[in-house]
Design a protein around this ligand. Structure first.
Ligand code: NAP
Length: 441
């Protein structure tokens, strides 16, 4: 063995869905990985909570002492796949401070990062990679940080949560309501026992924070991301969306906005939105993810694939691991964190989008003009109105439903309009208010 073939020692923290797949690939592809890296990868140990001999891995490799595993002299790279912010943060920080490179899939941690981990990596001149933290197998962090490093990203918009995309795709294709689509997703293993992080948009918001941070060279944390989940989306919304030539998707949108005075701001937001059927994101169905990046010189780029699952996520982790190992062998490191732009975050009230408002109204003359007047008073221009009579189970007319689609308006103007509509005698209920994305009118 030459000096450059000195083994690279790896500690994997976590042996769950992703960790077990990473260990499998390290072991099964050992020869290929060694050839690609220029030195063998050697698994020194695997950190877990439950050390036992029934886990499909030699018990000698397992430990519940994460601190000791990370500190071993023969560990060069730590792969963190445990999950929550703690104890992952502490383990990663310890690894970096001891001069070990780190690979992680931990979106929750990376989305609340204050720069402490990046600074520790900088101080020790080692790598901190996190490709798997956004959109599973889909390469999106590296294209943004490296391939587009010389371009200026304007917008990153995507479907980055497979659970909610599965639920919304089911509602669209079968007419199911939210509760039964969620039950199906749980039965098939697409939704966790407690689906809150997915259906309320927290998971997508963490990913939006990570994407916005790297796309716009600005620290954006989960708390900066405006967030609405999918729990209020109804089968009636899907019927109306279809009539308008749209479907409904939970979108994560990160944008660099420039005011008339030239001031730049970053917007990061997650919400369900109507998307025209001819938009590329409308065709992303089931548990798949996709991210569309728009950059000034490159134009529009689209990344599509499996956004979760043990093996697909392990693919992204392994890509990072091979890069970090190559850097060790060749004596260098990948790009450092870039947060130089420090752009302010734009409040949601300033963001112009199109809206869809679905309301039940009294079935009598003058209702439409009363409704239209409330939009007009706040300069919210109406693009399209649909009115349907509604009949009850006995076949009797019992009011009417109005669907209004607006041109672009700010969230603040729309919110005021909706409050005023709710106060009108002729409006029986505001059924839903959703944004419409993918058109600019
Ligand atoms: P998982 O199946 O729940 O596995 C977590 C592993 O971490 C388990 O082996 C667990 O040990 C170990 N662990 C947890 N807390 C620990 C502690 N305090 N000390 C020692 N070991 C501990 O999780 P996963 O689905 O593989 O996800 C791992 C990470 O990847 C998370 O950050 C997740 O957000 C991210 N990720 C996952 C996916 C995916 O599709 N699953 C996709 C993208 C990113 P025991 O086995 O002993 O309980």
């Amino acid at each position: 063995m030459t000096d450059s073939q000195k083994p690279i020692g790896v500690a994997v923290l976590g042996f769950g869905n992703v960790g077990s797949q990473v260990v499998r690939i390290i072991e099964q592809s050992a020869d290929d990985l060694a050839a690609r890296i220029g030195a063998p990868l050697v698994l020194r140990g695997v950190g877990v909570r439950r050390v036992a001999d029934d886990r499909g891995i030699s018990i000698d490799k397992l430990t519940d002492n994460i601190e000791e595993l990370v500190s071993r002299d023969d560990v060069d790279i730590v792969v963190e796949l445990m999950g929550p912010v703690e104890p992952a943060r502490k383990a990663i920080l310890a690894a970096l401070e001891q001069g070990k490179s780190v690979v992680t899939a931990n979106k929750a941690l990376m989305a609340v990062s204050t720069g402490e981990l990046a600074q520790a990596a900088e101080n020790a001149r080692v790598d901190l990679y996190f490709e798997a933290s956004v959109a599973g197998a889909i390469p999106v962090i590296r294209p943004l940080t490296q391939s587009l490093a010389g371009d200026s990203v304007v917008r990153v918009a995507g479907i980055v949560n497979g659970t909610t995309n599965y639920i919304l795709s089911e509602m669209d294709s079968t007419g199911a309501d939210y509760a039964s689509a969620l039950a199906d997703a749980s039965a098939l293993g697409y939704a966790e026992a407690d689906p809150t992080a997915d259906v309320e948009g927290y998971d997508a918001a963490a990913k939006a924070a990570i994407l916005a941070s790297i796309a716009f060279h600005t620290r954006v944390s989960s708390n900066d991301v405006y967030r609405e989940g999918i729990t209020k989306v109804s089968s009636v919304d899907f019927e109306s969306a279809k009539a308008l030539g749209c479907t409904i998707k939970l979108l994560a949108i990160c944008e660099r906005l420039t005011s008339d005075e030239g001031q730049q701001r970053v917007s990061a937001r997650v919400y369900p939105a109507l998307v025209p059927l001819d938009h590329p994101l409308a065709a992303v169905n089931g548990a798949f993810n996709a991210v569309v990046v728009e950059a000034e010189a490159a134009g529009r780029l689209m990344f599509y694939g499996q956004g979760a699952g043990g093996a697909p996520t392990a693919s992204a982790v392994m890509g990072d691991l091979v890069m970090a190992a190559r850097n060790r062998v060749q004596g260098g490191r990948g790009p450092r964190e870039s947060k130089y732009a420090k752009l302010p975050i734009a409040p949601i009230g300033f963001i112009p989008t199109r809206y869809y408002v679905n309301m039940d109204v009294a079935d009598r003359t003058g209702v439409l003009s009363a409704v239209a007047a409330e939009f007009g008073k706040r300069d919210v221009s109406i693009a399209e109105v649909r009115q349907e009579g509604m009949v009850d189970e006995g076949g009797q007319r019992r009011g009417a439903r109005i669907v209004v689609v607006t041109h672009q308006a700010t969230d603040a103007a729309l919110s005021e309009t909706v409050s005023a509509l709710a106060d009108l005698d002729v409006v029986q209920s505001i059924n839903s208010v959703l944004r419409m994305e993918g058109t600019t009118e």
